[in-house]
Design a binder for this molecule. Structure first.
Ligand code: NDP
Length: 484
């Protein structure tokens, strides 16, 4: 199995290699096989990428938004034309099953390109009358933006960051996670083919140090990171030094609250999707499933039956519903959390071990019941297929316990009582919420977190303010009234 790209980096419109950079092995997590060998970007390459971005952005900002949009739409068409090839590449890069990567990863990226292509030409300023004089405002691009991605949705993240950046007149230097470096390179190739001028979207590979170099460069106006909270703290602090704009999409430990009157099969389906899609490696997952006591036994019985029916196997097999974790370190981390949960007294309902497939970093879909708020499983982000079920009596109790966390990325409520649904949601401290649904993140809706889960929003109209800045222009229409 090979997925070797033409070179490690894409800078100023072309693939670039410099073997002086530290090696990166790309591992197919279903087998442990090396599918590509890349190199980290050297300081000289990072400098080239930033210089190209700065040069190209100055020209791009002067391009009419409808003309920028046409290129993004062409890129979206290319993504859709190559859907199968891209779904396969994403499965190799991440280990996610192809039945997911066909519908979620690149398709959601293409949606972002289409959405921001449509939105950008509608972005206007305002005119503020002052009697004789007036002020008008312009929404201008920020300049060179740095995108840094996590490994769980490499292509979607690259698209979600670059689409609004480019549509609104910025340039981007993107650093994927070194665990999943392939998708962003493919995106760079597609943008070039769609006619994006050289230098506007550059990809440099590397570990955290490459990201850190990008974040502190004087040419950079904005940093958008998708990653963990500890990395977010470091990147936010480094960006603050230069007063750079930031968007931080970080981790979570999100509550999914299921009331007695909820439709059982819908609630079970949502809880399964909220914990086992992408083998549980989704930042907004509802990993604290609060189930009201009257529904608890029925809920656990159905969750157990449906979790045990999940088909694990080769990600490239159409029948596979759940693949391996992304890497061996992630496997070790998740197995460590499962052991801690057992030790701390959570009741194992199903799973709890590596899946016996003789290969790869597979973990069984795992459900723990009788989890309490103090247990590690209820407090820390596992990022694997591990569902924690907690039970509760009253609405007020569920809300208070759901909010008792430093995170605030997402939250969900299942109930037939819509008045209660809105009442509960209005009190939950989370940036992205669902009622009788979970983890649906169409590009039309703003996405992001509160508390330590993040700053700013991706997608929706909200993203416009995170990739533009307001210029306010006072126009004097008469004689200057000077005091001196
Ligand atoms: P990390 O925080 O480890 O890394 C995120 C990215 O930041 C990687 O590209 C990483 O490089 C880079 N990086 C690490 N250190 C620095 C630094 N000092 N300066 C600049 N860049 C740096 O996250 P993971 O890749 O492990 O992804 C999993 C995490 O991402 C989870 O916690 C999850 O919740 C979160 N996430 C959040 C989402 C959201 O939208 N809120 C969506 C998806 C994931 P490298 O990996 O090469 O070291």
């Amino acid at each position: 199995m090979k997925a070797q790209p033409a070179a490690s980096h894409f800078i100023d419109g072309a693939f670039v290699e410099d073997t002086a950079g530290a090696p990166i092995e790309v591992i197919y997590s279903a087998t442990g096989e090396v599918i590509a060998r890349l190199h980290e970007a050297t300081p000289a390459l990072i400098d080239r990428a930033l210089a190209a971005a700065a040069r190209a952005q100055a020209e791009w900002a002067a391009v009419r938004p409808v003309d920028r949009a046409r290129i993004l739409r062409r890129a979206a068409d290319l993504i859709r034309d190559r859907a199968e090839e891209l779904a396969r590449l994403e499965a190799l890069d991440t280990g996610k099953p192809i039945q997911e990567t066909r519908v979620a990863d690149w398709p959601s990226g293409a949606d972002a390109l289409e959405y921001f292509a449509g939105l950008a030409p509608t972005v206007t300023g305002e005119t503020i009358p002052l009697g004789r004089d007036f002020i008008y405002t312009l929404r201008e691009p920020l300049g060179v933006c740095v995108g840094i991605g996590a490994w769980n949705y490499p292509s979607q993240i690259a698209c979600w960051k670059s689409a609004p950046a480019l549509a609104l007149g910025n340039a981007m230097v993107f650093k994927p996670s070194e665990v999943t470096p392939l998708g962003a390179l493919k995106l760079a190739e597609i943008y070039a083919e769609a006619g994006l001028p050289a230098g506007l979207f550059n990809v440099v590979q590397g570990r955290g140090a490459v990201g850190a170099t990008l974040v502190t460069d004087a040419r950079v106006a904005k940093v958008s990171l998708t990653g963990s909270v500890p990395t977010g703290r470091k990147v936010y602090a480094a960006a603050a030094e230069g007063m750079r704009h930031v968007t931080m999409e970080l981790g979570g430990k999100s509550p999914l609250i299921i009331f007695d009157d909820a439709n059982l099969e819908d609630a079970v389906g949502a809880a399964l999707m909220a914990n086992f899609y992408s083998a549980g490696q989704v930042c907004s997952n509802g990993t604290r499933v609060f189930v009201q006591k009257g529904l608890k036994d029925a809920f656990l019985a159905r969750v157990k039956a449906r979790a045990q029916a999940i088909v694990m196997g080769d990600p490239l097999d159409d029948a596979t519903q759940m693949g391996p974790l992304v890497s061996e370190p992630q496997l070790d981390k998740v197995m460590g959390y499962i052991e801690i949960a057992k030790r701390e007294g959570a009741r194992l309902v199903t799973g709890g071990a590596r899946a016996d497939l003789n290969t790869g970093y597979y973990v069984q879909p795992t459900v723990f019941a009788d989890v309490t708020d103090e247990m590690t499983l209820a407090r820390e982000e596992v990022f694997g297929p591990v569902m924690a079920v907690l039970d509760f009596d009253t609405e007020a109790e569920a809300i208070a316990r759901a909010n008792a966390t430093e995170f605030g990325l997402a939250a969900g409520v299942f109930t037939a009582d819509l008045t209660r649904a809105h009442r509960v949601i209005s009190q939950l401290q989370a940036g992205t919420c669902w009622i009788n649904a979970y983890n649906l993140t169409p590009v039309e809706g703003p996405f992001g977190g509160n508390k330590t889960s993040g700053v700013g929003r991706e997608n929706g109209h909200a993203a416009v303010q995170h990739y533009t800045q307001v210029k306010s222009v006072y126009v004097g229409m008469g004689p200057v009234d000077a005091s001196f």
